[in-house]
Structures are given as structure tokens and as C-alpha cells.
Ligand binder design. Sequence first.
Ligand code: MN3
Length: 210
Amino acid sequence: MNNDTYPFVNLPLPYSYGALEPYIDEQTMRLHHDRHLQTYINNLNAALKNNPRLQKLTLEQLIGVSTGVNDEFGRTIHNNAGGIYNHRFFFAGLTKHAPSGSPVGKLADAIIRTFGSFADFKNEFTKAALSVFGSGYAWLVYDPNVLRIITTANQDTPIEKGFCPILTVDVWEHAYYLKHFNMRADYIPDWFNVINWEKADEHFSACCIK
Ligand code: MN3
């Protein structure tokens, strides 16, 4: 199925809704994927319905052409294309808890080189995730030849700032409220238990050859 351009489709998660229990609960995953992400997809498809020129663009291209466009249509495209991009990246970056949950491959070496140790990285990443005011994401990105931790607001994306994304955590309240209530500080360590480090290492390798 072509899912790179209009009409966008909400593909199933690559794991069951309950696969991330007890760290991220089943009901949160259902609502987050089937309702929140679905809404971004519906809204973007609706906005593109009468615009054959934009229907040919990929998600990344739609984000590119709508970045900094300050009219209502531009903001609609940007927020909804960004919402799909960010959620797909976030969901694909999760996996069933692995007891050894720590970075693998070349990314593991690069994290230690850049941050000193995995524990130091975890510390810095957690601080960044807690520092997001309101809604947004924390990311590990390649910049383009050094690892960096950044945050983005609302549905802004790292790609529009020229960064190559490796890993992200969604810190919008809907990502954790049912289980962790308002305690983002409890959610971040739980998220660390379900990171798909193989996927993050694949992203890192792809960033390195860009
Ligand atoms: Mn979300």
C-alpha cells in the first residue's frame, strides 16, 4: 500500500496494543493510535482533498513546504503532517520490554562517546523531556555529524530544522495521562523500558550516510 502520499492511511501498530504493558498501558496505546493519530490523518486528508498539487507530496515534503507559512491553511497542513510524522516515528520506536534495554550497535558507541555513558545520556534526555513546556517531544538527533538532544513544541518536527531524527518520546499529556496522570517524571523512565534500540540504531546508520 502506498502510504507516502495522499490519501494517508493509519497503518496498524507493529505490535499489539498491550505489548508495552506495564510501562505504557493498552488503553493509552489504543486511544493514542486509533484516535489521536487517526485525527491527524483525517484532518490532513480533508485539507488536501481539493488540492491535487499538494496530493503528490510526501509527508516530509508537506512539512517542508508548510514550514513558516503563517496562514490558516499552511498551519493546518503543518500541524497535521507533523502530527502524523511525529507519531509514526514515536510508535515505530517502541517495542516490548527487553530486560537489557540499552543502546545497541554503532549508536551505543556514539552515545557513550558523546554523553560519557548511557546513564549520563539517560539523565540529559530525561531533563530535556521534562523541560518541554506544554505539549511536544524530546528527540535524539544527528546534527548532522554530532548527536544532540533537542525538544520540539506541539507538532513541529526535527526535519524542518535540518536535524536527522533517531529517537523520540511524545510528552503530550495524552501519551501518559491515563496511567501516570500528570506525572511526566514517572512516564519517562517507563518509556525508557520500551525503546526499540535496534530501530534507533537503524535510524542512526541512515543519518550517517545522508
Ligand atoms: Mn501523541
